[in-house]
Every structure is written in structure tokens, then in C-alpha cells.
Design a protein around this ligand. Structure first.
Ligand code: COA
Length: 329
């Protein structure tokens, strides 16, 4: 196990007030129902951002909570890393909008794009920049307004996703607390199993793009499911091995919240009993890069993460990308 460099000094989250329950999809003319969605995914409801709620406002709310809990002010931050698959604009980054919103004028700010793995990728990048002396106090945020990029006519995807933000402030580790091990990987050969075909530079916006709805998220659900289980299991193995720990040593595992069956399969593989796995996919759906931060903030508030707790975070997302991280609080 390496000596920790970065500690999670404060964690924050934000979820829009508006809650949409599974039964509401029928009113949109979709042939789906609560029973199907709950059985296949474990999702019962999700939070939906209002038109005036953006990644700028949601990420700032999560960031302010994390900063207050870490005892830092915006002027202390020298790094902001933001993960999002649903940026407010394509240029510039959402991270600089967050920087302006909170007034973190000393920071370098940029986005990382690893879809649902972005928050863990962001934590690992920030830890590396702290190790190389480029940052002392970092803010890492995952923020998503996925409901603006899913196709509300496609029942196989739109029922899965929700909006929100999660954030952590990283400070230099003291007393053995902090990130104990990390792992990250991707496979770009699988990019088109979960992607937005058009709207970027390769297929810019056009009338045809609008007509064929190719700017919305497309997903091969079954393939994604299989790879998610395999990749999150691999990520868990690597983080545990690198920390010299086993599943039994963990106080809590917080997997990316996409689907209860993926979470259960990953936990079984890692030999972590479900009473040590944090689950809130039923109330948020898949919030992509926001999911693990949202769940971690809830777990801390619920007393499930205390001083001394060893927690494993595991993610999987489009790319495909996958990552894991073990942290001692
Ligand atoms: N309501 C009702 N029926 C639905 C539906 C919905 N919301 N979505 C799909 N179906 C139908 C399909 O059209 C299909 O019908 P058919 O047999 O008549 O063709 C049937 O249900 C089975 O579809 P399939 O895609 O094989 O179901 P599944 O058991 O694989 O479940 C997912 C679908 C999307 C829930 C599942 O594949 C999954 O969770 N995949 C991973 C998704 C994920 O987590 N992505 C993000 C990763 S970060």
C-alpha cells in the first residue's frame, strides 16, 4: 500500500427538487411501466433538473457544500476538475463556468470526459497533480443534466437516467487518511455501444441530425450490462490488490449507481456483502459522473462512513471506461 497523498476533506452533493416516478413515463406516451423498470434496473424515481438548473448551478451547489465541510473557501482552490457527459456548452469547459460561479480565481480548471467514470478519473488526476506539486487544494466535481441529452421517445434509455452533482475537496493527506489505491482503464473499441452519434465535429448539427435524433444517447443495453459487470469486477480486484486488502476489509463499497443487478454482481465478485454496499439507484437512477459523489455524500450523512472507514469506489461508463479507488476517511 502506498502512503496516501490526497485526502477527501469534504464531500457535497446536489439533486434537483423535482422527482419523476416511473409511473410518469406512461403519460409521455411510452410503452413502459413501474414493474418493468424496477425489476430490470432497481430504479423507482429520478431527480430532474428544471430548465434554469444547469451544470453550472448544480456543480456549484455541490461544490459549496464540499468546500464548507472541508473548511476551505473558493480562493484556497488551485485546481478544479469537473466530469460531465452532458456539458452546458461544448466550448469552453463546464469547469471554467463552475470556477466563475464560485469565484475560485486562483484555480486551473478543466473537464475530464470519461462518462460515468469521470468523477473517479477526476479524483485520480487531481491526486496526480497534487503528487507532482501542481496543486495543494483541489475540487473534483461530477455534474450531469442527462435528461437534456436522452431521447424521451426511447424507452430503453430514457427511463435509466437522472440529474445531479457530487463533489469532493482534496487536501494533503495527514495521519494515513486518504486515497490508498487507484485503478483506471478504458477500451475505445467499444465506444459505439454507448454514445451520442452526432452533434460533434465529425457529424455536426444539421437538419438530418435533428430528424434522425442522432444527437441523443444511444445504447446497446445487454452488451453494456455484461461489460459493466466484468469491468467493475476487474476494477475492484485491482484496487483491492494495490491496497493489499480484500473485500472483507472494506467498511463500505460505493459502486456507480446504474442498475441494481450490476451492483449486486460486482459486490458478489468482490466478496462484499450487500449490507456493506451503498445503494441509492432506486431514488436517483443513473446520474453518470454525479452518481458516486451523490452516494458518498449520503453515506457520510447517514453515518455509514466515519473517521477510519475504508471505502471502495468503483465506476463504469461509456468509452467504455472503468476505474476504482480505495480511500480511508
Ligand atoms: N419498458 C418496457 N420494456 C422495455 C423497456 C422499458 N423501459 N426498455 C426495453 N424494453 C423491452 C425491449 O424493447 C425488449 O423487448 P423485445 O424483447 O420485445 O425486443 C425487452 O424489453 C428486453 O430488452 P433488453 O434490452 O434485452 O432488456 P434487458 O433485460 O437487457 O434490460 C436494460 C435492459 C437497459 C435495463 C439493461 O440492459 C441494462 O441495465 N443495461 C445496462 C445499462 C446501463 O447501466 N448503462 C449505463 C452504464 S454506465
Amino acid at each position: 500500500m502506498k502512503r496516501p497523498i490526497a485526502a477527501l476533506a469534504g464531500v457535497g452533493s446536489y439533486a434537483p427538487k423535482r422527482i419523476m416516478r416511473n409511473a410518469e413515463f406512461a403519460a409521455l406516451g411510452l410503452d413502459t411501466n413501474d414493474e418493468w423498470i424496477v425489476q430490470r434496473t432497481g430504479i423507482r424515481e429520478r431527480h430532474i433538473a428544471e430548465p434554469d438548473e444547469t451544470n453550472r448551478t448544480m456543480s456549484a451547489a455541490a461544490a459549496r457544500m464540499a468546500m464548507e465541510r472541508a473548511g476551505v473557501v473558493a480562493g484556497d482552490l488551485d485546481l478544479i476538475v469537473l466530469g460531465t457527459a452532458s456539458p452546458d456548452r461544448l466550448l469552453p469547459s463546464t469547469a471554467v463556468d463552475l470556477q466563475a460561479e464560485i469565484g475560485a480565481s486562483r484555480a486551473a480548471a478543466f473537464d475530464v470526459m470519461a462518462a460515468c467514470s469521470s468523477w473517479l478519473y477526476g479524483l485520480i488526476v487531481a491526486e496526480g497533480l497534487m503528487a507532482s506539486g501542481n496543486a495543494e487544494t483541489a475540487l473534483v466535481v461530477g455534474s450531469e443534466k442527462l435528461t437534456s441529452i436522452v431521447d424521451w421517445q426511447d424507452r430503453s434509455t430514457c427511463v435509466l437516467f437522472g440529474d445531479g452533482a457530487g463533489a469532493a475537496v482534496l487536501k494533503r493527506s495527514e495521519g494515513g487518511k486518504g486515497i490508498l489505491s487507484t485503478f483506471m482503464r478504458s477500451d475505445g473499441n467499444l465506444a459505439e455501444l454507448l454514445y451520442r452519434p452526432a452533434g460533434g465535429a465529425a457529424h455536426p448539427f444539421s437538419q438530418q441530425v435533428l430528424d434522425d435524433r442522432s444527437y441523443f444517447v444511444k445504447m446497446e443495453g445487454r452488451e453494456t450490462f455484461k461489460y459493466a459487470v466484468r469491468s467493475m469486477s476487474e476494477a475492484a480486484d485491482h484496487a483491492l490488490a494495490r491496497a493489499g486488502l480484500t473485500g472483507q476489509d472494506l467498511d463500505l463499497m460505493i459502486p456507480h449507481q446504474a442498475n441494481i443487478r450490476i451492483i449486486e454482481a460486482t459486490a458478489r465478485h468482490a466478496e462484499v456483502p450487500m449490507d456493506k454496499v451503498y445503494v441509492n439507484v432506486d431514488r436517483y437512477g443513473n446520474t453518470s459522473s454525479a452518481s458516486i459523489g451523490l452516494a458518498l455524500e449520503e453515506a457520510i450523512a447517514a453515518g455509514r462512513v466515519k473517521e477510519g472507514s475504508t471505502v471502495m469506489l468503483v465506476a463504469f461508463g461509456a468509452g467504455y471506461t472503468w476505474a476504482s479507488l480505495i480511500v480511508r476517511f
